[in-house]
Design a protein around this ligand. Structure first.
Ligand code: ADP
Ligand code: MG
Length: 463
């Protein structure tokens, strides 16, 4: 009965949203529609409130800022004067609402169910799969272990599977991928993904409503329990106690447990020894930041996901400057697509450069072409702009050529990317500069020393 009702609700939410999309599509540029509205899924229709699922907070901000009028009109047209739209973010935010803005949207505590046959919310985000998880050096082991667990939940020695690593490196993605894969392979298994925060909140609520037993037996009824960011459980003694019990029950009956954290178990200060030792029963794997090639591959993949393509040299530039966090890589891309979808303007290098700067929290960018240019220009007392312009003065040409030479030597940027940095010169100019300087180094001791000096200086200031 309850399930039937739910299907009813789902169906009309779907139709309503479809109606809305039809109107929106007519009123905004196609690319904007594609980027911002197609990824949205309807969730629920309650009276005249339509709840929709958006991939992340950035979507809400963007949509509210740019499409508010058309959305309001559409909702009124489809749902009447009392019509309301509520956004639900599919992806839990890393910063835990520290920057809650005065956006006009409600954020229900509950995240959506994805598995409709089940009578509980799996919290699994279907967007995160193994297919769209790019393999790289830093995540190879974690990915392999995750796949093994997903293929045979509870049957490998990877129980629990404990994944740890810095922010934005793909832990959450992998965990959802495990859950999604298991449900695909074994639709009858009871799988749940939950963040430690949500777990704690639910637990506290269960105490308040005198339902601790229900809470605990619910989790003990799972075949696969996936708990994200367990560093947030540290210090919450009661929650940890209960988690310990649930853990033991599941583990003893061969049920799969997957955990993640920002640190290795032994570094989770304040977590008691018995839990730490439990974690070491299974497999602990870390995720390291992706290397350059992986970053480019991830960007390409994300672009394709948005139905978009960007020139390689732009992707390389982004990958070159945003190095430590995949979420930032993605954020940068979304901003760019946003800018492109708003103005019908092509994405140019200036825009790419500006966006990277805005997004990157990594102030100390690894050796960047900008740093090289600045160091070389400082040394020769040449204005940086002159190096980018078509200035043919001797010392400007020399500074430009040395900067190009060092860019090729010290960065992984393509010739095209390097050329872009120097006022859009083409790759053959860069090769020419490189050859000239290489030749000079062989014949001119002073140039050799200068280049050596600059190289050391750049390498030192980038660490
Ligand atoms: P974490 O949980 O480690 O903080 P997430 O799993 O939330 O990081 O990843 C941040 C973003 O980067 C997500 O949008 C995720 O899809 C993406 N991402 C991370 N690693 C990869 C990868 N190897 N391939 C594709 N996307 C990735
Ligand atoms: Mg995460």
């Amino acid at each position: 009965m309850e399930i039937n009702q739910k299907t009813e609700v789902l169906k009309s939410a779907k139709d309503t949203w479809k109606e809305c999309l039809n109107i929106i599509r007519e009123n905004i540029p196609f690319i904007a529609y594609n980027t911002w509205f197609l990824p949205i899924k309807p969730y629920e229709l309650e009276n005249s409130t339509l709840k929709i699922l958006v991939p992340n907070h950035f979507f809400i901000e963007w949509i509210e800022e740019h499409y508010k009028t058309i959305i309001n009109k559409t909702i009124e047209q489809v749902l009447g004067e009392d019509g309301r739209l509520v956004y639900i973010v599919l992806e839990e935010s890393e910063d835990n609402n520290t920057n809650t803005t005065d956006l006009e949207y409600d954020k229900p505590k509950e995240l959506p169910t994805v598995n409709k046959q089940k009578q509980y919310v799996t919290f699994l985000n279907p967007r995160y799969t193994f297919d769209n998880f790019i393999k790289g050096e830093g995540n190879q082991l974690a990915r392999a272990a995750a796949i093994a667990v997903a293929e045979n939940p509870g049957q490998t020695s990877f129980n629990p599977l404990f994944i740890y690593g810095g922010v934005g490196l793909g832990k959450t993605h992998l965990m959802h991928a495990i859950g999604n894969k298991i449900l695909e392979k074994f639709p009858d298994k009871r799988v749940i993904y939950i963040s430690s925060d949500a777990f704690t909140v639910e637990f506290v609520e269960s105490i308040q409503t005198d339902k601790v037993n229900e809470f605990s037996s619910f989790y003990k009824s799972m075949d696969v329990l996936i708990i994200d960011d367990i560093q947030f459980l540290v210090g919450k003694e009661k929650t940890l106690d209960l988690f310990f019990q649930i853990f033991n029950t599941l583990h003893q009956s061969g049920k799969q447990i997957v955990l993640s954290s920002d640190k290795a178990p032994k570094d989770l200060k304040g977590l008691n020894e018995r839990l730490i030792s439990r974690f070491s029963w299974g497999l602990t794997v870390d995720i390291q930041p992706p290397d350059f090639e992986t970053r480019v591959a991830i960007l390409k993949n994300k672009c394709a996901g948005y139905g978009f393509s960007l020139p390689n040299e732009y992707l390389e530039y982004i990958a070159h400057n945003i190095t430590s966090n995949i979420r930032e890589l993605e954020g940068c891309l979304i901003k760019l697509l946003a800018a492109a979808s708003l103005s019908s303007k092509e994405i140019d290098f200036e825009l790419v450069r500006k966006t990277v700067k805005e997004v990157s929290t990594n102030k100390q960018v690894s050796v960047s072409i900008d740093l090289i240019t600045k160091t070389v220009c400082d040394f020769f007392k040449v204005d940086e702009n002159k190096v980018r312009e078509k200035n043919r003065r001797k010392e400007v040409v020399l500074a430009r050529q040395i900067a190009m030479y060092l860019s090729k030597l010290l960065t992984k940027s393509s010739l095209k990317t390097i050329g872009l940095h120097f006022g859009g010169r083409d790759h053959s100019t860069v090769i020419h500069a490189f050859n000239c300087i290489e030749e000079m180094i062989k014949t001119d001791e002073k140039i050799k020393e200068t280049v050596e000096f600059l190289k050391n200086k750049i390498e030192m200031s980038s660490n």
